[in-house]
Design a protein around this ligand. Structure first.
Ligand code: CP
Length: 313
């Protein structure tokens, strides 16, 4: 299998073979970060621009670190420090960057579809680092890598995603990816935070967290995205935490070895209690470690690399 895509825009478009090839590539890149000298020449001479028009800690820094580990030159641009604040359009910004012969753009944007719009208008590769409530493909890939690592497989695994499904690009990308790989996926939230017709994506819907988590192998908890909520979807944060927040008491209703995941950033003691976030079932920091390998794979594959034939790493 060869990766033939210039861009990585979402999981919806990817075939099962492409997802598996991607996960295999990321798996092979993990070892580089355990070496005393954590750098390989795979992308020497390539120039990558991180265009983050929304805040980010994990995604932005792991893409930057991934580029550096592969010996690429990497620049960071944020809205506040760019001419976008002076009224320049996204396309003009991208055209000016291309005029400087950059090879790849990694973009996070509040508008769903913004990376797709850019990718169809530039020669450089575009990687979606999260677009509105639409997709966050590298997050889902790192989550799939973590599940495969912890449970040895994805097919047949019971995954329940708990939280703000309505506003979550992480939920959408994970639903596409996990269902393609044969996981049994459920979502659980107050009815107001569940998108209409979500069942059509092949998921079960629960509004009672105890019923939802009973058979779960993975409980994937989402942040309550107060910044995207335009109206009151539930009476109070305290009530949400009591009914849907995963804490020690709810943990007792899970399988003993159930895995707790969260994409970060965590609202501690809202959707997830601090002790469960830091407890033995949690693999949240392993997700972050896998995120670096996944972003190395994304840069490598979209720049035309092939683990079957390359000897540059
Ligand atoms: N999970 C995630 O996308 O985190 P950041 O917003 O910190 O990048």
């Amino acid at each position: 299998m060869r990766w033939n895509r210039k861009d990585l825009l979402g999981i919806e478009d990817l075939s099962v073979e492409e997802i598996n090839h991607f996960l295999d590539t990321a798996f092979s890149f993990r070892e580089i970060s355990t070496r005393p000298i954590k750098k390989v020449p795979a992308l020497r001479g390539k120039t990558i621009v991180n265009l983050f028009f929304e805040p980010s800690t994990r995604t932005r820094t792991s893409f930057e670190l991934a580029g550096k580990r592969l010996s690429a030159d990497i620049l960071n641009i944020t809205t506040a420090a760019s001419s976008l604040v002076k009224g320049e359009t996204l396309i003009d910004t991208a055209a000016n960057l291309e005029a400087m012969k950059i090879d790849m753009m990694i973009m996070r944007h509040s508008a769903s579809g913004a990376p797709h719009f850019l990718a169809s208008r530039v020669k450089a590769s575009v990687i979606n680092a999260g677009d509105g409530s639409h997709e966050h493909p590298t997050q889902a890939l790192l989550d799939m890598l973590t599940i495969k690592d912890k449970l040895g497989k994805i097919e047949g695994v019971n995954v329940v995603i708990v939280g703000d499904i309505l506003h979550s690009r992480v939920a959408r990308s994970n639903i596409w990816g996990l269902t393609k790989l044969g996981a049994n996926v459920s979502v659980c939230a107050p009815r107001t935070l569940i998108p209409r017709f979500i069942e059509k994506l092949g998921v079960k819907v629960y509004c009672n967290v105890y019923e939802a988590v009973r058979d779960a192998d993975v409980v994937y908890i989402l942040r309550i995205q107060l910044e995207r909520q335009k109206s009151n979807y539930f009476p109070s944060i305290r009530e949400y935490a009591r009914l849907f927040g995963i804490d020690r008491e709810k943990l007792r209703h899970l399988k003993k070895n159930a895995v707790i995941m969260h994409p970060g950033p965590i609202n501690r003691d809202v959707e997830l209690s601090g002790d469960v976030a830091d407890g033995e079932n949690s693999v949240i920091l392993e997700q972050v470690t896998n995120g670096l390998a996944v972003r190395m794979a994304a840069l490598y594959l979209c720049s035309g690399g092939d683990i079957e034939s390359e000897d540059t790493y």
